[in-house]
Design a protein around this ligand. Structure first.
Ligand SMILES: [Zn+2]
Length: 370
């Protein structure tokens, strides 16, 4: 029987970050295996092929390239797992955004004993460090979280690639990372068991807090660096906040309403053009309203969101003129059984989610400077 009140922190075995880090992929992967399948979508292959192929070849690692279908669905996981099994791979590497990496992690889990490497080319989510994947339906709606027994063996982030990407990616990652502290503190106060399988440690809670502080201090600078496509200390710090601090923070502290409401928002087709962190940001706004957050806190959140260009209104996530029924559908999905919304210290209903989205949107619009 499990001891009540066990604290737990889980993390990847190794984290590597820096400009040009992709050129070191081979040397790190060679410590994990000798036969690797690398999964990346077509567009990503175009700019990583040279560095990946050369560095793996130099390290004596056999490479099989796989083109990612674009969505982390059960169908795609099965397809890539079959391909990897056929080559007898002992390492699977996912390169690109959160969904390619989630697929690689799920493939590693499906195949059992093979090493998993995640190499994000953007700092748009905290998926790369975690031991879970978000599985979508073929239509692109949230289906379920899939939990694995271990985190990736290696997370490698090339910040030259992060700076090369459109700035919307790192900004969206800030939305995902900004939620971490708000959700962590709720879970800790309510003594919730985190994804890691236990209560939060002081370490993970501190990392969640540091994530928030790093964003507040360096977020606006990092956005400008990303717009200019240059690597700066601010871009490095925010990349680490979006990827490592947020990843460890959410997984070992817990998610709450912000992510539950994000998942709710995915049921509306109108939000499908939005990135994960952009929708999460609306979830954070609604969570703060649900909590009855003081005006000061709401204003701090709003000021930051506006300073980096994160959405703060329903219209900005594709839900202009959303009717009550549409918001209630979001609320129902956000409060479905098993959703992290239920980590809030009080019962949350679909009506309450719809109300919080409406009220948060109204507050953001009323306080916007024309
Ligand atoms: Zn997230």
């Amino acid at each position: 029987m499990k001891t009540i009140g066990t604290r737990m922190l889980i993390s990847p075995a190794k984290y590597v970050q820096g400009a040009g880090a992709m050129h070191e992929l081979g040397e790190h992967v060679a410590r994990l295996g000798e036969n690797v399948v690398v999964l990346a979508d077509k567009g990503v292959w175009e700019f990583v092929d040279a560095s990946v192929s050369e560095s793996l070849a130099a390290a004596g690692v056999r490479l099989t390239k796989e083109v990612f279908g674009g969505l982390c669905t059960q169908r795609e996981i099965d397809r890539v797992a079959a391909a990897a099994e056929e080559t007898g791979a002992d390492v699977i590497v996912g390169i690109g955004g959160g969904t390619a990496i989630d697929t690689a992690k799920a493939v590693g889990h499906a195949l059992g004993d093979i090493a998993v490497v995640s190499a994000p080319t953007v700092a748009s989510t905290d998926a790369p460090t975690s031991a879970l994947a978000v599985i979508y339906t073929d239509e692109g709606a949230f289906e379920r979280y899939s939990f694995f027994g271990r985190n990736p063996n290696l997370v490698l982030v090339d910040t030259a690639l992060v700076a090369r990407a459109p700035s919307r990616f790192i900004v969206s990652g800030m939305g995902d990372a900004l939620a971490t502290w708000y959700e962590a503190r709720v879970c800790v106060a309510a003594h919730r068991t985190a994804m890691a399988g236990g209560l939060a440690t002081e370490a993970s809670l501190s990392l969640a807090r540091l994530c928030w502080e790093t964003l507040m201090e360096y977020g606006p600078q990092a956005r400008l660096s990303a717009e200019a496509h240059v690597v700066t200390p601010a871009l490095e710090k925010v990349t680490e906040a979006n990827t490592l601090l947020s990843g460890l923070g959410f997984e070992s502290c817990g998610l709450a309403a912000a992510h539950g409401i994000h998942n709710g928002l995915t049921v509306s087709h109108r939000t499908h053009g939005m990135m994960h962190g952009e929708k999460v940001n609306m979830g954070t706004l609604a969570q703060l309203v649900l909590e009855g957050a003081p005006t000061d806190e709401l204003d701090t959140w709003l000021r930051f969101s506006r300073s980096v260009g994160l959405p703060t209104t329903l219209a900005e996530v594709g839900l202009a003129d959303a009717g009550r029924e549409e918001l209630l559908a979001v609320g129902r999905a956000a409060t479905a059984e098993g959703e992290t919304t239920h980590n809030m210290p009080f019962t949350v209903s679909a009506d309450m989610v719809a109300d919080a989205l409406t009220a948060g949107d109204a507050y953001a619009r009323a306080t916007a400077t024309p």
